[in-house]
Design a protein around this ligand. Structure first.
Ligand code: SF4
Length: 154
């Protein structure tokens, strides 16, 4: 089974109430091939919600307690982001998933690159909080961009 960021399949769970739907992933959901997850909603955050970025580090640093997830108006959202990551890990174990596909650049789901904490659309190297926790626990995690590129389906 594949675990996937829900917004990629067309579920409107993004911070602004929209989605990041791609037909390849929406079709996978229609065929029952994926389990969808939105770590930020699992962590108790509403839809819509304030945009957030990781300040002074990456998802790994948030897991270690040396960086925080902060909203664009300065609220510390580290606790719900950590809870969402933990619940996503529990789901990944429950469904015995062999691949995780996560939305690029997100402070939860980003794999390889995330927004840099300045709210200026700049990217830095690193993973979001959920991506980092899943990788630390041995799951195979790829971004939506990598997954589509490998298959020539961008
Ligand atoms: S937390 Fe992940 S699944 Fe949820 S909206 Fe953001 S990128 Fe999509």
């Amino acid at each position: 089974m594949i675990l996937i960021s829900a917004c990629l399949c067309g579920l409107n769970c993004k911070y602004n109430g929209g989605s990041n739907e791609h037909p390849v992933f929406a079709d996978m959901l229609d065929r029952g091939e994926v389990v969808t997850v939105c770590p930020e909603v699992l962590g108790g955050l509403p839809i819509p919600r304030k945009p957030a970025e990781i300040i002074n580090g990456t998802g790994y640093d948030v897991l270690e307690g040396t960086a925080q997830v902060i909203s664009n108006d300065g609220e510390d959202l580290t606790t719900p982001f950590l809870l969402g990551a933990k619940r996503t890990l529990e789901l990944a174990r429950e469904y015995d998933v062999n691949l995780v596909i996560l939305k690029s650049n997100s402070p939860s789901c980003g794999v390889g690159e995330i927004y840099d904490g300045t709210f200026s659309h700049r990217l830095r190297e690193g993973c979001g909080v959920t991506a980092a926790l899943l990788k630390e626990n041995g799951f195979s995690v790829v971004s939506d961009v990598e997954y589509l590129k490998e298959r020539g389906q961008e």
